[in-house]
Design a protein around this ligand. Structure first.
Ligand code: ADP
Ligand code: MG
Length: 299
């Protein structure tokens, strides 16, 4: 299956599910589908990295398989693990059978091999996101979210999936994707990813959108907002992002702010309105003080 026919079609179909994007992003997403290469999306928090994967899922009618990365994520959570409890039960059950059959049993070695084959079978396998995505026969988007939060060693686990779309389980053999998933990796760039991972991916740097696009996004998500105040809001957000804040406001905060202004029926984004609602946008006391000061000075 081809995911998208052209970059223009990406813009159109993602737009139809509410994700407004530019040609550069659309082109990279198109290529990820056409070349069947994983797409690594890097950029600050809240610029639409995760949402891009969700939008591709919605636009193509695929299903999303998500691996959320975190410190301490391991093979057993990312790929697969054996269901030890069930294996143990099977071993106990076989022992009981053997006692019953006493006298008919073969050599001890045979018995062990038999048990081993029994308990390392599909029935005892617990599949985790990477393996699930590889095995699915329907269109699948595999989102490996916030890769930079894992330890570097985990990237090693990803390599086989990213380059060959396969997973090797020593006891079962190699499982190869019959239908390659559309893979999106995201990173907030809190650390450099390994060259090995980067080499296997197409790279997209996502940043805050320009004022026009952000206004479009805000208005599409909060249609009740007046256009004039949307323009003021986006301009103010832009100014806040220029300050050196602990946490710059993201698109999600612009949208929240828009909802807040509508809920409070605020018609003019003046000093008082900003003071009253800035908590929706900035989440650190020091950022708050600084912003109030700077916004006043520049008026
Ligand atoms: N291009 C876009 N079009 C529409 N909404 C967007 C877009 N980019 C971001 N958003 C909004 O911003 C929010 C945060 O985006 P998200 O993907 O969670 O950020 P992150 O980059 O941290 O993964 C989303 O829930 C979505 O509402
Ligand atoms: Mg995210």
């Amino acid at each position: 299956m081809s995911w998208f026919a052209s970059p223009a079609e990406v813009v159109e179909r993602l737009g139809a599910v509410g994700y407004l994007t530019d040609t550069a992003t659309a082109t990279t997403a198109f290529l990820a589908g056409a070349l069947e290469k994983p797409l690594l999306v890097e950029g600050p928090a809240g610029v639409g990295k995760t949402e891009l994967a969700k939008a591709v899922t919605a636009a193509t009618g695929a299903e999303l398989v998500r691996l959320q990365c975190y410190e301490g994520l391991d093979e057993a959570r990312a790929l697969y693990e054996w269901n030890y409890r069930k294996q143990l039960l099977r071993i106990q059950a076989t022992q009981v059978e053997r006692v019953d059959d006493a006298g008919h049993g073969g050599a001890v070695g045979d018995a062990w091999q038999q048990t081993h084959d029994d308990i390392f079978a599909e029935e005892f396998l617990l599949t985790r996101p990477l393996l699930s995505a590889i095995r699915r026969e329907e269109p699948t988007v595999l989102l490996i979210d916030e890769v930079d939060k894992t330890d570097v060693e985990v990237e090693g686990l990803l390599l086989e999936v990213l380059s060959d779309f396969q997973v090797t389980i020593p006891e079962l053999g190699t499982i190869t994707a019959t239908r390659r998933p559309f893979v999106v990796l995201t990173s907030n760039a809190t650390r450099e990813l390994s060259e090995a991972v980067k080499r296997r991916c197409l790279y997209l740097h996502l940043d805050y959108p320009d004022a026009d696009r952000e206004r479009e996004i805000v208005l599409s998500q909060v249609p009740a907002l007046e256009e004039r105040i949307a323009t003021q809001l986006v301009a103010t957000i832009g100014r806040l992002r220029e300050l050196e804040l602990k946490k710059a406001p993201s698109i999600a905060e612009s949208v929240d702010w828009a909802r807040t202004l509508v809920a409070l029926e605020i018609r003019e984004l003046d000093d008082k309105a900003v003071d009253d609602t800035l908590g929706v946008v900035l989440k650190h006391a020091s950022d708050h003080e600084r912003a109030v000061r700077e916004l006043r000075l520049r008026r």
